[in-house]
Design a protein around this ligand. Structure first.
Ligand code: GRF
Length: 208
Protein backbone atom coordinates (compact mmCIF):
# COMPACT_ATOMS: atom_id res chain seq x y z
CA UNK A 1 0.00 0.00 0.00
CA UNK A 2 1.16 3.51 -0.82
CA UNK A 3 0.62 5.85 2.14
CA UNK A 4 -0.43 9.28 0.88
CA UNK A 5 -0.42 12.56 2.81
CA UNK A 6 -2.64 15.21 1.22
CA UNK A 7 -2.11 18.92 1.89
CA UNK A 8 -5.01 21.34 1.42
CA UNK A 9 -6.06 24.97 1.79
CA UNK A 10 -9.61 25.08 0.44
CA UNK A 11 -12.75 23.22 -0.44
CA UNK A 12 -11.02 19.92 -1.22
CA UNK A 13 -12.70 18.82 -4.44
CA UNK A 14 -9.37 17.38 -5.60
CA UNK A 15 -9.02 15.52 -2.30
CA UNK A 16 -12.55 14.19 -2.86
CA UNK A 17 -11.61 13.02 -6.37
CA UNK A 18 -8.71 11.02 -4.88
CA UNK A 19 -10.93 9.52 -2.15
CA UNK A 20 -13.58 8.59 -4.74
CA UNK A 21 -11.02 6.80 -6.93
CA UNK A 22 -9.78 4.89 -3.86
CA UNK A 23 -13.38 3.92 -3.02
CA UNK A 24 -14.18 2.75 -6.55
CA UNK A 25 -11.02 0.64 -6.75
CA UNK A 26 -9.15 2.69 -9.37
CA UNK A 27 -6.42 3.48 -6.83
CA UNK A 28 -6.12 -0.06 -5.53
CA UNK A 29 -2.67 0.38 -4.05
CA UNK A 30 -3.31 3.70 -2.27
CA UNK A 31 -4.62 4.97 1.02
CA UNK A 32 -4.78 8.53 2.38
CA UNK A 33 -3.29 8.34 5.87
CA UNK A 34 -3.38 12.02 6.80
CA UNK A 35 -4.73 15.34 5.50
CA UNK A 36 -2.87 18.51 6.50
CA UNK A 37 -4.53 21.93 6.26
CA UNK A 38 -2.67 25.23 6.02
CA UNK A 39 -5.47 26.72 8.14
CA UNK A 40 -8.44 25.51 10.16
CA UNK A 41 -12.11 25.75 9.20
CA UNK A 42 -11.67 24.66 5.57
CA UNK A 43 -14.10 22.23 3.98
CA UNK A 44 -11.29 19.92 2.80
CA UNK A 45 -10.59 18.98 6.43
CA UNK A 46 -14.27 18.21 6.99
CA UNK A 47 -14.24 15.88 3.98
CA UNK A 48 -11.29 14.00 5.53
CA UNK A 49 -12.90 13.84 8.97
CA UNK A 50 -16.09 12.40 7.44
CA UNK A 51 -13.96 9.54 6.09
CA UNK A 52 -12.22 9.04 9.44
CA UNK A 53 -8.85 10.20 8.08
CA UNK A 54 -6.56 11.85 10.69
CA UNK A 55 -6.21 15.60 10.05
CA UNK A 56 -3.83 18.27 11.28
CA UNK A 57 -3.46 22.02 10.83
CA UNK A 58 0.15 23.11 10.39
CA UNK A 59 0.35 26.86 9.77
CA UNK A 60 3.41 28.52 8.25
CA UNK A 61 2.96 31.55 10.51
CA UNK A 62 3.26 29.44 13.68
CA UNK A 63 6.95 28.81 12.89
CA UNK A 64 9.75 31.40 13.05
CA UNK A 65 11.48 30.21 9.88
CA UNK A 66 10.80 28.02 6.87
CA UNK A 67 13.22 25.38 8.24
CA UNK A 68 11.15 24.98 11.41
CA UNK A 69 7.98 24.74 9.34
CA UNK A 70 9.58 22.11 7.10
CA UNK A 71 10.71 20.11 10.13
CA UNK A 72 7.19 20.09 11.55
CA UNK A 73 5.79 18.91 8.20
CA UNK A 74 8.46 16.20 7.81
CA UNK A 75 7.87 14.99 11.36
CA UNK A 76 4.13 14.80 10.74
CA UNK A 77 4.49 12.94 7.45
CA UNK A 78 7.04 10.50 8.90
CA UNK A 79 4.71 9.79 11.82
CA UNK A 80 2.16 8.49 9.31
CA UNK A 81 4.84 6.78 7.19
CA UNK A 82 3.82 8.91 4.19
CA UNK A 83 5.53 7.92 0.93
CA UNK A 84 3.76 10.36 -1.42
CA UNK A 85 2.69 13.92 -0.60
CA UNK A 86 -0.09 15.40 -2.74
CA UNK A 87 -0.68 19.15 -2.77
CA UNK A 88 -4.38 19.33 -3.62
CA UNK A 89 -5.10 23.05 -3.63
CA UNK A 90 -2.40 23.86 -1.08
CA UNK A 91 -1.40 27.52 -1.00
CA UNK A 92 1.71 27.76 1.25
CA UNK A 93 5.18 27.55 -0.25
CA UNK A 94 7.26 24.59 0.98
CA UNK A 95 10.92 24.99 1.93
CA UNK A 96 13.91 23.17 0.51
CA UNK A 97 14.12 20.85 3.52
CA UNK A 98 10.69 19.39 2.93
CA UNK A 99 11.14 19.21 -0.84
CA UNK A 100 14.48 17.37 -0.40
CA UNK A 101 13.04 14.97 2.16
CA UNK A 102 10.36 14.01 -0.39
CA UNK A 103 12.30 14.46 -3.63
CA UNK A 104 10.16 13.40 -6.62
CA UNK A 105 7.52 12.27 -4.15
CA UNK A 106 5.49 15.50 -3.87
CA UNK A 107 2.87 16.24 -6.54
CA UNK A 108 0.96 19.46 -7.14
CA UNK A 109 -2.12 20.13 -9.26
CA UNK A 110 -2.32 23.51 -11.02
CA UNK A 111 -5.30 24.80 -13.04
CA UNK A 112 -3.51 25.83 -16.23
CA UNK A 113 -1.21 24.37 -18.85
CA UNK A 114 2.15 25.14 -17.20
CA UNK A 115 4.23 27.21 -18.06
CA UNK A 116 1.25 29.45 -18.91
CA UNK A 117 -0.63 31.25 -16.13
CA UNK A 118 1.36 29.91 -13.20
CA UNK A 119 3.81 31.07 -10.56
CA UNK A 120 3.47 33.37 -7.56
CA UNK A 121 0.00 34.88 -7.28
CA UNK A 122 -1.62 32.48 -9.76
CA UNK A 123 -4.05 30.65 -7.51
CA UNK A 124 -7.81 30.22 -7.21
CA UNK A 125 -9.75 31.98 -9.96
CA UNK A 126 -6.75 34.06 -11.14
CA UNK A 127 -5.25 31.63 -13.75
CA UNK A 128 -8.69 31.40 -15.38
CA UNK A 129 -9.22 35.17 -15.38
CA UNK A 130 -5.77 35.70 -16.91
CA UNK A 131 -6.35 32.97 -19.51
CA UNK A 132 -9.58 34.68 -20.64
CA UNK A 133 -7.95 38.13 -20.64
CA UNK A 134 -5.13 36.79 -22.79
CA UNK A 135 -7.59 35.24 -25.21
CA UNK A 136 -6.18 31.71 -25.29
CA UNK A 137 -8.28 29.10 -27.11
CA UNK A 138 -7.18 26.20 -24.94
CA UNK A 139 -6.34 25.88 -21.27
CA UNK A 140 -6.38 22.98 -18.83
CA UNK A 141 -4.57 21.52 -15.84
CA UNK A 142 -1.12 20.21 -14.97
CA UNK A 143 0.15 17.72 -12.38
CA UNK A 144 3.85 18.09 -11.65
CA UNK A 145 6.48 17.05 -9.16
CA UNK A 146 7.30 19.84 -6.74
CA UNK A 147 10.48 21.88 -6.45
CA UNK A 148 10.84 24.67 -3.91
CA UNK A 149 9.31 27.36 -6.13
CA UNK A 150 5.72 28.02 -7.21
CA UNK A 151 4.38 25.65 -9.89
CA UNK A 152 7.84 24.48 -10.99
CA UNK A 153 9.16 20.93 -11.32
CA UNK A 154 8.90 18.10 -13.86
CA UNK A 155 5.48 17.74 -15.46
CA UNK A 156 3.73 14.39 -14.98
CA UNK A 157 0.41 14.89 -16.82
CA UNK A 158 -1.47 17.69 -18.55
CA UNK A 159 -5.00 17.82 -19.90
CA UNK A 160 -6.18 20.49 -22.33
CA UNK A 161 -9.71 21.87 -22.69
CA UNK A 162 -11.21 24.31 -25.15
CA UNK A 163 -12.08 27.79 -23.99
CA UNK A 164 -15.65 28.55 -25.08
CA UNK A 165 -16.69 31.96 -26.44
CA UNK A 166 -19.08 32.66 -23.57
CA UNK A 167 -16.82 31.38 -20.77
CA UNK A 168 -16.46 33.42 -17.60
CA UNK A 169 -13.61 32.79 -15.12
CA UNK A 170 -16.13 30.86 -13.02
CA UNK A 171 -17.44 28.58 -15.79
CA UNK A 172 -13.90 27.92 -16.96
CA UNK A 173 -12.73 27.12 -13.43
CA UNK A 174 -15.58 24.66 -12.95
CA UNK A 175 -14.91 22.88 -16.25
CA UNK A 176 -11.14 22.72 -15.68
CA UNK A 177 -11.73 21.25 -12.22
CA UNK A 178 -14.30 18.66 -13.27
CA UNK A 179 -12.91 17.67 -16.66
CA UNK A 180 -9.17 18.04 -16.12
CA UNK A 181 -7.96 18.35 -12.51
CA UNK A 182 -10.17 15.65 -11.01
CA UNK A 183 -9.08 13.24 -13.74
CA UNK A 184 -5.33 13.79 -14.06
CA UNK A 185 -4.51 14.08 -10.34
CA UNK A 186 -5.83 10.59 -9.43
CA UNK A 187 -4.30 9.26 -12.67
CA UNK A 188 -0.85 10.63 -11.75
CA UNK A 189 -1.21 9.09 -8.29
CA UNK A 190 -2.13 5.74 -9.84
CA UNK A 191 0.96 5.83 -12.08
CA UNK A 192 3.16 6.67 -9.08
CA UNK A 193 1.60 3.94 -6.92
CA UNK A 194 2.23 1.37 -9.65
CA UNK A 195 5.89 2.41 -9.99
CA UNK A 196 5.35 3.68 -13.53
CA UNK A 197 6.96 7.11 -13.15
CA UNK A 198 10.64 7.97 -13.33
CA UNK A 199 12.31 11.37 -13.59
CA UNK A 200 15.18 12.17 -15.95
CA UNK A 201 16.19 15.81 -15.61
CA UNK A 202 13.05 17.82 -16.29
CA UNK A 203 11.29 14.92 -18.00
CA UNK A 204 8.94 12.45 -16.40
CA UNK A 205 9.01 9.10 -18.15
CA UNK A 206 5.79 7.10 -17.98
CA UNK A 207 6.05 3.36 -18.48
CA UNK A 208 2.57 1.88 -18.71
C1 GRF B 1 -7.65 23.83 -7.65
O1 GRF B 1 -8.03 24.61 -8.75
C2 GRF B 1 -6.20 23.48 -7.74
O2 GRF B 1 -5.75 23.27 -9.03
C3 GRF B 1 -5.57 24.72 -7.17
O3 GRF B 1 -6.41 25.10 -6.11
C4 GRF B 1 -7.75 24.64 -6.36
C5 GRF B 1 -8.18 23.80 -5.19
O4 GRF B 1 -9.48 23.32 -5.27
N1 GRF B 1 -4.18 24.49 -6.85
P1 GRF B 1 -10.02 22.22 -4.27
O5 GRF B 1 -9.68 22.66 -2.85
O6 GRF B 1 -9.36 20.90 -4.62
O7 GRF B 1 -11.49 22.18 -4.48
Amino acid sequence: MLNIGVMVSGSGTNLQAILDRIDDGTLKKCRVVTVVGSKSGIYALERAEKKGIPTAVIKRKDYPGIDDYDKALIEHMKKYDVKLVVLAGFLSLLGEGFVKAYENAIMNIHPSLIPAFCGKGYYGIIPHRKALEYGVKITGATVHFVESDYDSGPIILQKALEVLPDDTPETLQKRVMEQAEHIILPEAIRLFSEGKLSVEGRKVIIKE
